[in-house]
Design a protein around this ligand. Structure first.
Ligand code: KG4
Ligand code: ZN
Length: 340
């Protein structure tokens, strides 16, 4: 085992730090900026970066305190290097580099998506490979074959918008504040998911594992326009339920299809959209009917957190002190997916 890891995550609008000992989470602190961005209807990169800067030290201190460890007890430091908002990422990377350099420790630079996948490695789920993993967040929607945790292989991904992006935009249209996911889910519970027949992306187009969410977003826009303001308000719950269904059902369907095609015994979900109760139910149901094991992380480990970065660090190469000093944050994902 690699010893106790201090992890830092600042890729978007959560300032997070965690202490992880192998599969065990000793602490996981998340300071969300969501309320700060809500007035703008989405994340403002400059605001995010500035807020990370004023918060990150306190969040790291709190993670160490709650874990009952000091920096001396930490074997390695891990940080999200990519993908994300560059200014936001830079704050985490600079903090991690400084802490690691000052204490003579090695640094692990982790891919955010690798983190979402590795969340199910942690206790109490403790899922072992092989399995297929669905990752659905604000910026990404993909399925990977995880033969081993170090090298997830991309099987399919969205060809346009991410599922979370479609959820946030649809929610906004229905008057739900950013981030739209939790509000859309709450409203959908009061509605009928069969009330509106929204297009399900790439439905019937062969056995592929890709996704498309641009169409359903536009469809909601047209339906709302036809209903008018009053009509849309009257049918808000039905619209939310039908829209949510059109987004989460293909996620569950493709994940099951991927498991069948690749003959793996287990499936997992991760990323913020995996906090969605309807998706969690569909995945549980689909897995049970096929005799598959299923790993669904606690909601707090689906949305952005640093414990998952600590988990991915166990499967990523450490850069020895002090060779990481010249390393940088990177805004984009590498072609095809996840950087080791
Ligand atoms: O993984 P995440 O926290 O950040 C990114 O890496 O993007 O995912 C954020 C996304 C947002 O689009 C948010 O609306 C969505 O996850 N989300 C949800 C729920 N909670 C968060 N979507 C549906 N239902 C939820 N309960
Ligand atoms: Zn994320």
């Amino acid at each position: 085992m690699t010893g106790v890891v201090l992890a830092i995550e600042t890729s978007c609008d959560e300032t997070a730090s965690a202490v992880v000992d192998g599969r065990r989470i000793l602490s996981s602190i998340v300071a969300s900026q969501a309320e700060l961005h809500s007035v703008y209807g989405g994340v403002v990169p400059e605001v995010a970066a500035r807020h990370h800067l004023t918060t990150v030290n306190a969040v790291v201190d709190e993670a160490l305190r709650e874990a009952g460890v000091s920096l001396n007890d930490i074997a390695r430091i891990a940080v999200t290097r990519r993908p994300g908002l560059i200014g936001a990422l830079l704050v985490g990377v600079a903090t991690a580099k400084a802490l690691a350099y000052a204490t003579g420790k090695d640094l692990v630079m982790v891919d955010h998506l690798h983190g979402h996948i590795a969340a199910v490695w942690l206790e109490p789920l403790s899922l072992d490979a092989p399995f297929v993993a669905l990752t659905a967040s604000g910026g990404h929607t993909r399925i990977d074959l995880v033969d081993d945790y170090a090298t997830p292989q991309l099987l399919g991904q969205t060809l346009d918008d991410a599922a979370g992006e479609a959820i946030d935009k649809g929610a906004r249209l229905l008057g739900i504040p950013y981030p739209g996911g939790p509000g859309l889910e709450a409203l959908a519970r009061e509605g009928d998911p069969t009330a509106f027949d929204f297009p399900v992306g790439l439905r019937g187009r062969g056995p592929g594992l890709d996704f498309s969410y641009a169409g359903v977003k536009t469809a909601l826009l047209y339906v709302a326009r036809d209903l008018g303001d009053e009509g849309t308000t009257a049918r808000r719950a039905d619209l939310a339920a039908s829209y949510q269904e059109a987004i989460v059902r293909p996620l569950a369907d493709r994940l099951m299809r991927a498991a069948e095609i690749h003959g793996v015994p287990a499936v997992s979900i991760g990323g913020g959209v995996a906090a969605n109760g309807r998706l969690r139910h569909l995945v549980e149901e689909g897995a049970a009917s096929r005799g598959l094991r299923v790993a669904i992380p606690d909601r707090s480990l689906c949305t952005d957190n640093a414990a998952m970065i600590g988990a991915a660090a166990a499967f990523s190469p450490a850069i020895p002190w002090p060779r990481y000093v010249g390393e940088d944050a990177i805004a984009t994902a590498p072609p095809g997916g996840i950087a080791a």
